[in-house]
Structures are given as structure tokens and as C-alpha cells.
Design a protein around this ligand. Structure first.
Ligand code: SAH
Length: 539
């Protein structure tokens, strides 16, 4: 009999990709996605450890699933990903009803492990070595790159895909748990990445986002040749049928001139660069062990803007890091007011066991102060984002149409009839014809969200949109070729439902969404860190 899987994913794009691949592997063994946990034979949580809140959320979800497991003892409960690697045995101490604990370096074992549990083999823990658990080579080997064949059905949309360029991280910023839970930085071979991209494009994929913890640190040595991210972009840009290439996340010191030139010169590479500054003060950057001064960051930004004046740059910031004074926070505020970031993702510092800051620097900024600073920085960024977006009014932008806007999704899901299993967003009864007009959303080449009314058949295509209105987090306009001439623009933006900033991190989505596709609820993502202000994503 067919087995059914429910999987909930929190965290970054790496986790979204990992979930896609786990689901694909299980589907090849005959599994299908469940619509609810009640009809699932296995419930998996793909977890994040970057902040405490993301972990708390999973432990509460585990508390809820315990009740279902009491009713159906055969239900397999799995904790996958970063929290599994970080907490290891602790997961089963806190939630003894968990059957599987599998770190991000062991995901290839999931199908076999589920079979073992179903066959009565008892609980299983599979994690990689700790960063001090052996030689670098042994540790690296214990984190296996997990990149099996893809399943187009499992992506948020069939025309967009993530490709991993490297696993792990070696930067060891004082606040960050990632190097500890995702292991040493290991690049994938350029040929493997290009082959994967070609396959995705052959399946209809038009936009590829390369992902790595510090993607621009990519370096692959083969004999006498070294391939870096700029070289990889050249190879990918040559793939026929591919329209757009993006890459996240960049480390400021590795934003080299050759990479900037590649972004400037390659027609398919998006002029959108996420380069987290984290803070505006040299003293705090030193305490964070970020490895650059604010002067160096500004120098990098200057080079970038000189080469690509219209590039959209986004940043991450942590507020309330250990010892942050009012005047130190002020430097971050000043940076946001002057650096013209398209957007910033803002996080309250969350101490993470295992990191240098946790061991050596007290978490001494009160929660109320963190909240105030978070809010102040969000407001500063919102004003800058709005001013940036207003500059687009009256321009024509090429938009890759991604699907229904948040408002349209909400509207359609409220007006009853759920879409059939395996349907796309937009495939519902209310709007089933390709000619049906709906409020759609897409992104410009510089990653700005645009909403417009247009026929559904445009989903997955590039269209020109004349921008007529702007908010802090999105633009609105009319499709330029008259396809949607009859549609009044009034209040399009106000009604778009794109008023909360979209997310880059802390994506909270389920594979078992109403449309039956992994990640299909991505546009409705919620932040795990309480307020939009706390994880403010780039429009
Ligand atoms: N290297 C990856 C993932 C880092 S986590 C990337 O950059 O995409 C994403 C962001 O979370 C970081 O840039 C940082 O701003 C924030 N972050 C990391 N550790 C944190 C912590 N302990 N507390 C609060 N925010 C944190």
C-alpha cells in the first residue's frame, strides 16, 4: 500500500532544497505526500538552529504530534536537518516519541532509515561528526553532499530551482551555529553543477538560484585550474533556455572584481546581491568575528555600485548582539539610512550553544531593547525601501511571473473548492482557464516583487510590466503588451496582500500544502521570529 509523508520545513533555502530532495527520494520508493498529518504514515520536520525561536517552534510541533502518535503508534516521526545535528540525543530526551533524528549530512539515508523503523527496527540517530570530532577530512566526509536526482513536481514552481554550489561553512562568525551543524565548506564540481542546471532547464526550469552559505567563496581546484563563482556564472549563462540566474548568500570580503564584472556583463545574471553587513560598527564586527571593517564593507559596496549602478543590494543585520551599546546600534541605523539597501533582514541576537559568542560573551542586551532596536531598524529600512521602489514608477520592467499574488491565493482559498492534488497555485476551480484574469506576482531582474492583473497562462513566462505604483515591499503595474488592458489598476498595490515583507530566511512551509506540492505555500510564508520586523525580507 502507498505510504504517505507529511513534511514541514523551516529555515533557509538550503532546507527548502533538502526537503525537495528527501521528498523526491521517497517518492521514487512509492511514497506520496499526505494532505494532513492525520493521513500520514510519516511526519518529518526539517529543522533550523540559527535562532532559538526556530527550535522552540519545532519542539512545540513535536508536542502536538505526540498526541497523534499515541492514537497511531505506527506513525513514524522524524526530525531532520540542523537541529537534529545540533541536539542529537537531546531530541529524543525531550521528545522520546521521535523515531528518526537525521542531520543535514546524512539525508541520503532517510529512505533506508524509514524502512528500518517501519520494519520494527526501533529509533535511529544518524548525524555527522562534530567540528572537533576528527581530522578535517574525516569531518568533511561525514557530511555527505545530498544532491540526488530532482523531481520537478517537488519544487515551489516548476520553472524555478535552487542548485547547491557548496555545503557547509568555514567562516565561524561568533554568533553563528551554521558551521557547527552544516560542517566544513565543500564545493561541488563545476561540471556537476552545470549538468544539474542543464537537466533542470530541459525540464522547463527558467530561473536558477545558486545557494551556498557564503556562495561567493566558491572555489574548485582541478589540476592547475581554479573555478570560482564568476567562472561558474559564465558556464551557466551559456545554457540555452535558461533566463535568469541568482545566487545567495554573499560574504562581503569575497565580493571580488571578477565576480562583480560577471554580474555586470552576463545577461542572465540578476542584478541582485545579498551581501549581509550584520552591523555598522567596527567594534561589534570585531566581536562578531566577521573579518572586515565597515570601511571595507563600504569600499566593496562602492566598487559594486560603480560597476552596476542599479544593482539591488540587500543585507542582514543582527540587533542586540553581546555588549551592543546605544551608540553602536546607532551606527547600524546610520548605515541603513545611507547605504540604500533594497531591503534588510533584521534579526534579534539569539545566543547559540557551541558558538564562540555563547561561550565567551554574555547576552547582555535586554529583550525589550532588542525589540526596540529591531523596530527602529525596520522602520528605517522600510522608508529606504519605499524611496527605492518609488524610483521605479513610470519604468518598464521585465518580470518573471511566479504565480498568484498573496491576496489572490487568499481569495481563491476562501472561495471554497480546494484545488485537486498536484494542482498548481492558480489551478483552482475559480480560475482554471489559462485566459482567466487573476492578480499575479513576479519579480524583476533586480528581484523586486511586482503585482499585476493578467491571464493565468503567463505564469512561468517573462513579461514586460509598466510600473504604476510602489510600496516598500512591492511594485504594481500593467502588463505592457495590452494583455490585461481592461484591468483597472486602482488599489492594485493596496490590495495585493504583499504588504508584509517577503522572507528569505525562516521560511515556514509544508510539503503537504493544499496544492500537494512541496513549497507551494512559500509565498504565504510566515516568519518564525514573531514579528515581520524581526526577519524582514527583501522585496
Ligand atoms: N550563511 C547563510 C545562513 C546564515 S543565517 C546565509 O547567510 O544565508 C542567516 C542570517 O541569520 C545571518 O546572516 C544573520 O544575520 C542571522 N543570524 C545568524 N546567527 C544568528 C543568531 N545567533 N542570532 C540572530 N541572528 C542570527
Amino acid at each position: 500500500m502507498t505510504k504517505r509523508l507529511w513534511i514541514e520545513t523551516v529555515g533557509c533555502q538550503m532546507n527548502v532544497l533538502d526537503s525537495e530532495l528527501v521528498v523526491a527520494a521517497l517518492r521514487r520508493q512509492g511514497w506520496e505526500l499526505a494532505r494532513t498529518t492525520a493521513e500520514a504514515d510519516a511526519v518529518f520536520y526539517n529543522t533550523c538552529s540559527v535562532r532559538q525561536h526556530a527550535e522552540d517552534k519545532i519542539y512545540s510541533a513535536l508536542g502536538r504530534i505526540r498526541l497523534e502518535k499515541q492514537q497511531r503508534p505506527g506513525l513514524v516521526v522524524g526530525v531532520l536537518g540542523c537541529m537534529a545535528q545540533k541536539d542529537q540525543e537531546l531530541v529524543r530526551k525531550r521528545a522520546p516519541w521521535v523515531d528518526l533524528v537525521v542531520g543535514p549530512g546524512q539525508l541520503h539515508r532517510v529512505p533506508g532509515l524509514v524502512d528500518d523503523v517501519l520494519a520494527g527496527g526501533g529509533p535511529r540517530l544518524e548525524v555527522s561528526l562534530d567540528r572537533t570530532g576528527g581530522s578535517r577530512e574525516a569531518i568533511a566526509q561525514s557530511f555527505e553532499s545530498y544532491d540526488p536526482d530532482r523531481d520537478p513536481q517537488m519544487r515551489p514552481t516548476p520553472f524555478q530551482a535552487f542548485i547547491r554550489t557548496q555545503t557547509g561553512c568555514d567562516k565561524f562568525c561568533a554568533f553563528c551555529v551554521v558551521p557547527h551543524v552544516r560542517g566544513p565548506e565543500q564545493a561541488r564540481a563545476p561540471a556537476t553543477i552545470v549538468t544539474e542546471a542543464r537537466k533542470l532547464v530541459a525540464e522547463g526550469c527558467r530561473e536558477i538560484t545558486l545557494i551556498g552559505q557564503t556562495v561567493n567563496s566558491y572555489r574548485w581546484k582541478d589540476g592547475g585550474t581554479t573555478t570560482r563563482l564568476g567562472d561558474l556564472l559564465v558556464m551557466l549563462d551559456a545554457i540555452d533556455g535558461l533566463d535568469r540566474i541568482k545566487f545567495v548568500t554573499n560574504y562581503p570580503r569575497d565580493m571580488t572584481d571578477d565576480l562583480i564584472a560577471a554580474v555586470r556583463d552576463l545577461p542572465k545574471v540578476s542584478h541582485y546581491l545579498h551581501v549581509p553587513a550584520q552591523h555598522g560598527s567596527d567594534a561589534v564586527l570585531t566581536r562578531m568575528k566577521r573579518g572586515y571593517s565597515i570601511g571595507e564593507y563600504m569600499e566593496m559596496l562602492g566598487r559594486l555600485r560603480e560597476a552596476i549602478p542599479h544593482a539591488a543590494v540587500t543585507s542582514d543585520f543582527i540587533v542586540g548582539f553581546c555588549g551592543e551599546t546605544d551608540s553602536e546600534f546607532q551606527t547600524t541605523l546610520d548605515l541603513v539610512r545611507t547605504a540604500d539597501f533594497k531591503n534588510s533582514f533584521i534579526f534579534k541576537y539569539s545566543p547559540r550553544p557551541g558558538t564562540k559568542a555563547f561561550d565567551r560573551q554574555p547576552d547582555d542586551v535586554p529583550e525589550t531593547v532588542k525589540k526596540e532596536r529591531n523596530q527602529a531598524l525596520l522602520e528605517a529600512q522600510a522608508a529606504v525601501s519605499l524611496a527605492g521602489n518609488l524610483r521605479f514608477i513610470g519604468t518598464r520592467q521585465q518580470v518573471l511571473v511566479e504565480g498568484l499574488s498573496v491576496r489572490e491565493e487568499r481569495r481563491q482559498s476562501q472561495s471554497a473548492v480546494p484545488p485537486a492534488e498536484g494542482a498548481f497555485p492558480g489551478d483552482s476551480e475559480q480560475a482554471s482557464s489559462p485566459e482567466s484574469l487573476a492578480q499575479l506576482t513576479g519579480r524583476t531582474m533586480c528581484d523586486r516583487i511586482v503585482v499585476f492583473d493578467a491571464p493565468l497562462r503567463l505564469v512561468g513566462r517573462l513579461v514586460d510590466v509598466d510600473i504604476q505604483a510602489a510600496g516598500a515591499w512591492s511594485l504594481a503595474g500593467d502588463v505592457a503588451d495590452g494583455l490585461a488592458d481592461a484591468v483597472p489598476l486602482e488599489h492594485l498595490l493596496e490590495n495585493a496582500g504583499e504588504d508584509t515583507p517577503p522572507t528569505l530566511y525562516d521560511i515556514d512551509l509544508t510539503a503537504a500544502s493544499s496544492s500537494g506540492r512541496a513549497g507551494a505555500t512559500q509565498t504565504g510564508a510566515t516568519q518564525t521570529d514573531t514579528t515581520p520586523a524581526d526577519a524582514t525580507a527583501g522585496a
